[in-house]
Ligand binder design. Structure first.
Ligand code: SF4
Ligand code: SF4
Length: 81
């Protein structure tokens, strides 16, 4: 049975992202599109299979795949979203 925790979640931290596009290249499900500023955007989040590849491949630790991790990054590094 699907539980809420398993719902795909992807956050790109634009403060750290250098717009290299690796996450988009590695994603096997074509979840990302590139926005007009060149940042990846998880447009097709419903297609995400939570494989974690984008998180692992990002050289700048700019992607997290759960809301708790996002909250911690924002808190710890005092980022505005
Ligand atoms: S977790 Fe996997 S499927 Fe989901 S966005 Fe990242 S690379 Fe794509
Ligand atoms: S791999 Fe990381 S730094 Fe590169 S575009 Fe994706 S989020 Fe940004």
């Amino acid at each position: 049975m699907e539980n809420a925790k398993e719902k795909p979640f992807i956050w790109v931290n634009k403060k750290w992202c250098k717009r290299c596009g690796l996450c988009k290249e590695f994603c096997p499900r074509e979840v990302f599109t590139i926005d007009k500023e060149g940042y990846p955007h998880p447009e097709n989040i419903d297609r995400c299979v939570r494989c974690g590849l984008c998180v692992i491949q990002c050289p700048d630790y700019a992607i997290v795949d759960d809301e708790e991790a996002k909250r911690k990054v924002i808190e710890e590094y005092i980022l505005d979203e």
